[in-house]
Design a protein around this ligand. Structure first.
Ligand code: ZN
Length: 405
């Protein structure tokens, strides 16, 4: 049995295990051979055996010739060991969990850092109507707020139209640098409810996706379209991964995962879609959008820290997010779900460490490298590496993969 085949098989076992225990499969999409699909596994494998097999694969991975592939897979295996230990009930602190999976130490931003980010928001909305910043922000967001049926309608109609423009922009700003074409059978949009996230790209294989948006949430139009670009970029990244898998018979790539160092780059890249497509934030409130996004990202990460390290209860956390992030309490209550220790049904919340991928993926990896490439006239090298070499897309390989930029 080849390394790739054994790797894929253990992914299936772990995925079934995380699905049974937490409700969420580790494998986020599958477009590999039907007989190796996780659904075809009959006998579950104990966590002890999963860990032993991961150790064996760590040893065998040393023989992989391609350096980026070897490093990316070795990092995946280490992250997966932590996932198995965590899901099997081992007592791992939240800090060790996030460090073990993503190599990121969960920060707690200081009051001074939060105040500075709040000051930028205050400055940006200085001339807006309202008594204080909180009121100014709430009034301003009220103007472009969409929720419920109106949101459902946008997702199923306007998104479809807008996607044609986004696809054309990808051709013009990104694919033009690539030496090869990728098949794209398009995206189907769905409005969903009762999910801990705002949007999700369910890659279906055969070059198509279902992009789901959570209509329980309230969006302002800017955040809504940001979510659209984000999810569409996931679709594009998956198209290239599937293409690479099919052309190179790379079995290790036909089952994209949650919870490896690749997700930091995956989310960082999706969060850079607006930059890649050169879509400016329009209007007089552009500065405010940027300042508020930055503030809420920081406050959101502090919320995750308060929930999982300091064991603060929901009310404390909602109060904090609302007052520090200038967010009405009912919206704050929805926003804290993603990083809560447990799901509403009392299961382990599989997503909680994942919150760290978005902010650091963009800030520490994808955006600075993209900006550097732009400045040096190396966008061709940047996009070719990012989309044509799937093994560049891990924080374990990023520096080496982009060392020519
Ligand atoms: Zn995403």
């Amino acid at each position: 049995m080849t390394f790739e085949m054994d790797f894929l098989k253990i992914l299936g076992h772990i995925s079934n295990f995380t699905k049974d225990t937490t409700g969420v499969p580790l494998i986020d999409a599958y477009f590999g051979p039907p007989d190796l699909s996780p659904d075809k596994i009959k006998m579950p494998l104990s966590p002890e055996k999963q860990l032993a097999q991961l150790d064996t694969l760590v040893d065998r991975s040393r023989d992989i010739k391609d350096e980026l592939k070897r490093v990316a897979i070795a990092a995946d295996l280490e992250s997966l060991k932590v996932v198995v230990r965590w899901v099997s009930g081992e007592d791992i602190s939240f800090v060790k969990l996030v460090e073990g999976i993503f190599g990121i130490t969960p920060p707690k931003f200081t009051q001074k850092e939060i105040r500075k980010a709040q000051q930028a928001v205050k400055d940006a909305c200085d001339t807006f109507p309202g008594h204080d910043v909180f009121e100014k922000i709430v009034k301003w967001e009220e103007k472009s707020k969409v929720s419920g049926d109106a949101l459902r309608k946008i997702v199923t109609t306007e998104f479809v139209e807008r996607t044609k423009e986004i696809a054309a922009l990808f051709e013009k700003r990104v694919f033009t640098y690539l030496s090869t074409k990728v098949r794209n059978n398009g995206v189907i949009y769905k409005a969903v409810t009762d999910e801990p996230w705002a949007g999700y790209n369910y890659y279906q294989g055969n070059y198509t996706s279902i992009n789901a948006f959570n209509v329980d949430e309230t969006f302002n139009r800017d955040r809504l379209f940001f979510a659209l670009y984000h999810e569409y970029e996931h679709h594009v990244a998956n198209l290239f991964e599937e293409k690479y898998y099919r052309e190179n018979k790379a079995l290790d790539l036909c089952a994209p995962l949650l919870h490896t160092k690749r997700n930091i780059i995956g989310e960082g890249t999706a969060n850079c879609a607006r930059e890649f497509l050169e879509l400016p934030i329009k209007g007089e409130s552009a500065k405010l959008v940027r300042a508020l996004t930055h503030l809420r990202n920081m406050v959101g990460l502090n919320v995750a820290y308060m929930q999982n390290v300091e064991s603060k209860d929901d009310e404390t956390v909602v109060e904090y997010l609302s007052s520090e992030g200038f967010l009405p309490k009912e919206e704050a209550r929805k926003n804290i779900r993603f990083s809560k220790p447990l799901t509403p049904t009392g299961k382990l919340n599989f997503f909680k460490p994942y919150i760290y991928t978005y902010f650091f993926g963009k800030k520490d990896y994808v955006l600075p490298t993209y900006q550097k490439a732009r400045k040096k006239g190396k966008l061709k090298e940047f996009f070719q590496t990012l989309y044509l070499n799937p093994y560049s897309r891990s924080t374990a390989t990023w520096k080496t993969a982009f060392s020519h930029i």
